[in-house]
Design a protein around this ligand. Sequence first.
Ligand code: ADP
Ligand code: ADP
Ligand code: MG
Length: 447
Amino acid sequence: MFKKILVANRGEIAVRIIRACKELGVETVAIYSEMDKDSLHVHLADEAICIGPAISSKSYLNINNIISAAKITKAEAIHPGYGFLSENIKFASICETHGIKLIGPREEHISKMGNKSEARRTMIEAGVPVVPGSEYATNKAEEAIKIAEKIGLPVMIKAASGGGGRGMRLVYKREEFINMFNMAKAEATAAFDDDSMYIEKYIEGPRHIEFQILADEHGRVIHLGERDCSLQRRNQKVLEEAPCTIISDSMRKEMGEMAVKAAKAVDYVSAGTIEFLLDKFGNYYFIEMNTRIQVEHPVTELITGMDLIKWQIRIACGEKLDVNQEDINVNGHAIECRINAEDINNNFAPSPGNIEDYLVPGGNGIRIDTHIYSGYKIPSTYDSMIGKLIAWGRDRGEAIARLQRALDEFIITGVNTNIDFHCQILCNDKFVENQIDTSFIEKEMMK
Ligand code: ADP
Ligand code: ADP
Ligand code: MG
């Protein structure tokens, strides 16, 4: 096992990783920006090093400073969490040059799967179904419109380097295409410093179903079942659950095997997620692979009993997975609400500021992953997600009931949050009956 790990992230995921390290008896180094000096991850880690000013490009994305911090503290490995440098090829390569183990995918995995247009090609070759769409990426609107016409509108314009729902536009009409393409391209350039775009057929009212993968360095690849992440706002997940109760066992088996095949096609190692869209007719299509831990990993942990962060660390150490596919049993149902500091009455605008009263729910079946506390100041510089509330129940109904009562107990004052919004979702009849798809929030909650 590693002696010391540097955690190259902030917020709830940094706290989550430090907790896993403590349970494994591994020392931790936190990095933080000047803005985050009072953040919980800084207090919980054994050591902490300031790596730059608030702005991410000079701190959490500052590769030189992060590598120096690892060298100074003699950390043998770095856990990148999600977002920031977690899918950055340059970072993966520099870690390797310096003999620092990156707890995540290798450079070649990111290069094969990180570019979403490349990943489509890799999957087609491996025999995994993908959404009908373009064969290569382009930054030219005239070229893209020809591809769109061949596929047939409506289409999704997507950024090859996209993530977090950004750099994506839905186009219904030909005359809107050029404008939408340029808007998506500008957003992609600003967010990912890459203007290459690709086109996919728009799948009407699908479910987002993703499979959690674990792969060790010894060739064993297993999946830990699926998550239904259909509840999204602007293509960004809001609430996730596991398992998906509308798919049959045979469908689960088939999609799970497809996900394992996808991971094997790139000799994948570590935790990863294969995302699919499932249409109304039961067809499923690969959309992307996330070569990192995901925000919603706790729902899988609660139904399988597997600690995904600990497994990422163990796998990075060269340990063998000690379970086979047949050993993975799903027990009960779990649902996660992403708690954001945002104003639901003002178009979900971020709501940074000082947390005054803070009372967290507890009791049977409740888990909270967060970095906030009473008196904590939520900065405006970073993502507005301030934590996750996750409930486990013997079945979906019990998980919903527990979440409802936990949301009722949850008190956060001083900033606006989406807690009420989650309450509204959980008591919506269609949600309770599991009649959901990716347009649920837009159609049911925004009217
Ligand atoms: P998940 O499936 O884990 O929810 P998301 O796509 O929502 O993944 O991204 C998780 C976090 O990482 C979000 O905070 C998002 O803003 C951020 N993120 C995702 N992709 C990128 C990227 N390419 N660059 C920077 N941040 C990203
Ligand atoms: P990101 O990298 O931002 O997570 P994804 O490719 O995973 O982007 O897509 C995010 C979400 O956008 C999906 O879960 C789905 O709701 C929607 N989406 C993406 N592609 C399509 C498509 N071709 N048709 C319909 N919806 C789509
Ligand atoms: Mg995605």
